[in-house]
Design a protein around this ligand. Structure first.
Ligand code: URP
Ligand code: ZN
Ligand code: ZN
Length: 643
């Protein structure tokens, strides 16, 4: 058990009779799985009751077709024989949490998906979920995790991290090892990191550099978003290669970090158009870098050099303006948009209202914006204040986290990341005399699940299904890796967190698994602990102890033209396609322009016989638009409805 982990607090034990209805199986004896002789395929009544519907992938559909072609009984006998030969004594089970046969049964818990909860066991083989239901039959040598009283949920997906990122003259201190190990400790089994090229640098080279850093170190699975940090034809061409050959389906554009990564509106528009052509998802860091630059200069001139200057230089409306601009630009070119790190009420309101207008836009608040606030920038201790510096900043208003959580709970915001980008005290001190030099970034990858459970579920804002949606399933859908990820179902990856909703712990930098020496949630008591975490079928957290192995995680390619994103977008584009107004050609006089584009011979007086119509002439496609009566139309009268 980790030092910071404290099981079921006294407060919790006293209140056990008030346990919410969704907390599973307390006091109820569940039937034990029945075993019939030695044959795995012996007939068991009810064995397939309550099984999760099968969600076939293309590959598994092919495998199923082949399987169906073999005579079922014979096939069953062959498999049973081979299984019986494989059985090994229980004491040969490796203690690193991995069964010798890669077989694992999570027994007696309550399975929670985004759309349903059921009391069910989960059987895993070779990293894949093979059965979900009751009375499951498992071969000998299967390791069993008792999950009674626990929730069995898809492992978390953190949509936004920056492990070991070179940034602002230094490099994030949590690397792909410490960062992903910490992720697992908190119940997150997949991260999505950003490969960010320097201005002028090849996107593909940056992508490969990130892969080289990540592959030997990652303890959990990961995907990569790529930053479009400058614009050129080469960038456009590399985006195509990344989508076609490297499994990248999302690109982040920056509206801040002027003079380094910031794109202007024209470049933004080009990059959105390119994303649309490629079937990718455009992401934006929505802040106005020009305004920030101007404000920072003024503040420094006033002698405001501390971390509070960071927050003052980029007030809420600076984020809201950029969020609105990004939504408008993306919508104008029919590009789906994902707003990363939504930090303020007004930016969240923009996302929410654009969604109501039909825009295909998604919003990602982060653990920091949901769990703490920007009043810390005004703390007397410089290190404490600087520890909270990130962009867009935490807002100095204690009601913001609750507001964002409400929007997340009701569906206006969809996913949760962390923007985990950590710097030690000494690294933050690069900006001790100038807030613009404080490396931007905070922690979160380890604590995201607990913070959202505490502030979202324990507060009564969301139920466990919505918790699963916002911590895992929605990310899997939006980045097109569902139901491989984000679901407990037959055929899905066995990335699972066995969640103890009763246990509490106090978050602290002293006990966390991250390399950074500071934690923005320091002292926060949270319910909900990842007691067991299974990643690819391996038990990587056991009763709070992390047993992760570096390099164990895999790169997860994310395919383009995601139906969860593009399905509606394509229909919407078709439905809203501009259409021409059919009209008789204009046959009246036309002003003559001289070489300078000026009208020759002064203004031509309006003649009686010219036919100008007034009022709305744009193609608003409204059938109710008042018709304009013209007495003597060119080309004579027509009996058609147009005139
Ligand atoms: O402060 C932040 N957010 N640091 C990481 C870089 C980014 O903008 O996401
Ligand atoms: Zn950003
Ligand atoms: Zn970021």
């Amino acid at each position: 058990m980790s030092a910071g982990l404290r099981r079921a607090s006294r407060h919790q034990e006293e209140k056990d009779d008030e346990v919410p209805q969704w907390i599973p199986g307390l006091g109820q004896d569940k039937p034990k799985p029945r075993t019939l002789g030695t044959s795995f395929f012996g007939y068991v009544p009810d064995a397939f009751v309550e099984k999760t519907p099968y969600l076939p992938s293309e590959q598994s559909a092919d495998a199923l077709k082949k399987e169906a072609a073999v005579e079922p009984v014979k096939a069953a006998e062959q498999v049973a024989d081979s299984l019986e030969q494989e059985i090994v004594p229980r004491d040969s089970i490796e203690r690193n949490g991995q069964s010798a046969q890669n077989r694992l049964l999570i027994k007696g818990g309550r399975v929670v998906n985004d759309d349903m909860m059921q009391d069910a066991d989960v059987y895993i083989e070779d990293g894949i979920i093979k059965q979900v239901g009751t009375n499951l039959h498992t071969p000998g040598g299967t390791r069993v995790i008792e999950a009674k009283g626990h929730l069995v949920m898809p492992g978390g997906i953190d949509t936004h991290t920056h492990m070991q990122m070179p940034f602002m003259g230094t490099q994030a201190i949590d690397d792909f090892y410490t960062g992903t190990r910490a992720a697992l400790a908190g119940g997150t089994t997949m991260i999505m990191d950003f490969a960010l090229p320097q201005r002028g640098e090849s996107l593909i080279e940056a992508f490969h550099r990130w892969r080289t850093w990540a592959d030997p170190k990652v303890c959990c699975d990961y995907a990569i978003h790529v930053g479009v940090t400058w614009w050129s034809d080469k960038v456009a061409q590399e985006m195509e290669e990344l989508t076609n050959e490297q499994g990248v389906n999302s690109f982040k554009m920056f509206m801040a970090y002027k003079d380094t990564w910031q794109l202007n509106d024209e470049e933004l528009l080009e990059s959105f158009k390119r994303c649309k052509e490629l079937g990718a998802l455009a992401q934006v860091h929505a802040e106005n870098g020009d305004v920030i630059k101007e404000n920072s200069k003024k503040l420094l001139e006033l002698g405001i050099t501390g971390p509070e200057g960071h927050e003052m230089s980029r007030p809420e409306e600076v984020e809201a303006e950029a969020t609105n601009r990004a939504c408008v630009l993306a919508n104008q070119v029919n590009c789906p948009l994902y707003v990363v790190h939504v930090m303020s009420k007004s930016a969240a309101d923009v996302v929410s209202s654009k969604r109501k207008q039909g825009h295909v836009v998604f919003g990602e608040p982060i653990a920091a914006s949901l769990g703490t606030d920007g009043t810390h920038h005004y703390h007397k201790c410089w290190r404490h204040a600087a520890g909270h510096v990130m962009g867009p900043p935490l807002r100095p208003d204690s009601s913001t986290p609750k507001y964002l959580m409400d929007l997340l709970a009701n569906g206006d915001l969809q996913t949760t990341g962390t923007d985990n980008c950590t710097f030690s005290a000494a690294q933050k001190a690069l900006g001790k005399d100038d807030f613009t030099k404080i490396p931007n970034g905070v922690n979160g990858v380890e604590d995201r699940m607990s913070v959202i459970w505490e502030k979202g579920v324990v507060s009564g804002k969301m139920d466990p299904c919505r918790f699963v949606a916002v911590t895992s399933t929605n990310a899997a859908k939006i980045f097109n890796i569902y139901p491989k990820k984000g679901r407990i179902a037959v055929g899905s990856d066995a990335d699972i967190v066995v969640w103890n909703p009763h246990a509490t712990r106090v978050i602290s930098a002293k006990t966390h698994h991250q390399a950074v020496d500071f934690n923005i949630f320091e002292g926060m008591e949270v319910h909900g602990i990842a007691e067991f975490v299974v990643c690819h079928g391996r038990v990587v957290v056991e009763e709070g102890e992390v047993r992760a192995i570096s390099g164990m995680g895999k790169y997860v390619p994310t395919p383009v033209f995601n139906p969860h994103v593009y399905g509606r977008l394509e229909e919407r584009e078709r439905a809203n396609a501009p259409c021409k107004v059919e009209r008789a050609p204009y046959e009246g006089p036309v002003a003559q322009l001289n070489g300078q584009g000026m009208q020759e011979g002064g203004i031509i007086p309006v003649q009686q016989e010219t036919f100008y119509t007034r009022g709305a002439q744009v193609n608003d496609k409204s059938p109710k638009r008042p018709s304009v009566k013209v007495n003597n139309p060119p080309g004579g009268r027509s009996s058609g409805s147009f005139w």
